[in-house]
Design a binder for this molecule. Structure first.
Ligand SMILES: O=C(O)[C@@H](CO)OP(=O)(O)O
Ligand SMILES: [Mg+2]
Length: 428
């Protein structure tokens, strides 16, 4: 007899910020267990699917007992007897059951936990690793982006850019690239200490020194790359996520950034000044606020040939919004977060849509994470070429990279199985 979903069950666990989150179990008719843990963002996009928290939506730190209860009652009843190998159908059953456009009734945290756990159970039942079950053959390891200096909503310091990332370019294997990143991270610690700052960590495991400006942060990254023995741009490049929604002034429509006010055009010039000063910057995420689509598109028109421009908050992994962004010519890359949209199937649709239109995709963790390594397998399965998952420190981040090391071992160390920026992007 063919396998079916026997039951689903959830519980409240805690994430890397010590906030409650959902863990879901899917049990198949032969007893196979698939389990998944749901991450949680801090700098969330307005249009993200709803993370259901007790006492209201998106109340950081509040419990998730309603979401857990929805899994244990309604979702459990609806999925009993369903085919675990038909992910699209299972996800659609939950979307229909929820009945809202943004998963506000059952909670995207409830639905995503089950969606990921179904994929895990199906992979396990067919004795395949998750990346293989979801992705088939001909897979490659991504280029990883590591947030090593934290600012914005992720740290209590004076820097308004949220994430300063380093990424390995020239490397002989995934392991080789990761070792270079770890060396640079350790050197960065010394650079920060030498400059007289503290080396406490932000939410994503990067350092959170109380620097005066983002330029100072970039200079420190540059110095750390050189001191670690690498050539900036050649072996290690830089990327940043401005998360500009958080310094967008909705009244004046300007940007209040590190003590000054910038018009949208001035902000564009500021970014380009950074690119001129640090040519090793290869990717900029959310340079403009999530409501400021016109300036985001304008910036892409002017500079999209020169740098990867990633859209996160404006599109929230939502295929409908991604389609609109593409029509507008906004960004040339889409950030992909499973919990922004709430099912595995819709996330796959978002990736396909972006790719089909010549956009790159960067899969992403959330600032509140768990030990779950789903995104590592998912990045490989979708040949997404890029993954950001925080610093090469703190186990909830490093677990993802360790999983990629294991996957590399299974796929075989082979230079042709490595995504290499900018080969996967068509820039001048
Ligand atoms: O803005 C982002 O890209 C993310 C992940 O780094 O942060 P958060 O999870 O807080 O939304
Ligand atoms: Mg972002």
């Amino acid at each position: 007899m063919s396998l079916f979903i026997d039951s689903v069950k959830a519980r409240e666990i805690f994430d890397s910020r010590g906030n409650p989150t959902v863990e879901a179990d899917v049990i198949l008719s032969d007893g196979t267990l698939g389990r998944a843990e749901v991450p949680s963002g801090a700098s969330t996009g307005e249009k993200e699917a709803v993370e259901l928290r007790d006492g209201g939506q998106r109340l950081q730190g509040k419990g998730v007992s309603q979401a857990v209860n929805n899994v244990n009652t309604e979702i459990n009843k609806a999925l009993h007897g369903e085919d675990p190998f038909n992910q699209a159908h299972v996800d659609q059953v939950m979307i229909d059951l929820d009945g809202t456009p943004n998963k506000a009734r059952l909670g995207a945290n409830a639905i995503l936990g089950v969606s990921m756990a179904v994929a895990r159970a199906a992979a396990k039942a067919t004795q395949q690793p998750l990346y293989r079950y979801l992705g088939g053959t001909d897979l490659e390891l991504p280029q990883t982006f590591h947030n090593v200096i934290n600012g914005g909503e992720h740290a209590d310091n004076g820097i308004d850019i949220q994430e300063f990332m380093i990424t390995p370019v020239e490397r002989t294997s995934f392991r080789d690239g990761f070792e270079k990143i770890a060396n640079t991270y350790h050197t960065l610690k010394k650079v920060i200490e030498k400059a007289g700052y503290t080396t406490g960590l932000g939410d994503e495991g990067g350092f959170a020194p109380d620097l005066k400006s983002s330029t100072e942060a970039l200079q420190m990254l540059h110095d750390a790359i050189v001191k670690a023995g690498y050539t900036p741009g050649k072996e290690i490049a830089i990327a940043f996520d401005a998360a500009a929604s958080y310094f967008y002034n909705r009244e004046t429509k300007n940007y209040d950034f590190e003590g000054k006010t910038y018009t949208p055009a001035e902000l564009g010039e500021y970014y380009i000044g950074l690119l001129d000063k640090f040519p090793e910057i290869i990717s900029i995420e959310d340079p403009y606020g999530e409501e400021d689509w016109d300036n985001f598109a304008e910036f892409t028109k002017k500079y999209g040939h020169r740098v990867q421009i990633v859209a996160d908050d404006p599109v929230c992994t939502n295929p409908k919004l991604i389609r609109e962004a593409i029509e507008k010519g906004m960004a040339n890359s889409i950030l992909i977060k499973l919990n922004q949209i709430g099912t595995v199937t819709e996330t796959l649709e978002a990736i396909r849509l972006a790719r089909k239109n010549g956009y790159t995709t960067m899969i992403s963790h959330r600032s509140g994470e768990t030990g779950d390594t789903f995104v590592a397998d998912f990045t490989v399965a979708t040949n997404s070429a890029e993954l950001k998952s925080g610093a090469p420190a703190r186990s909830e981040r490093v677990e993802k990279y360790n999983q990629l090391l294991r996957i590399e071992e299974e796929l075989g160390v082979d230079g042709t199985r490595l995504a290499h920026f900018p080969d996967n992007v068509k820039f001048d």
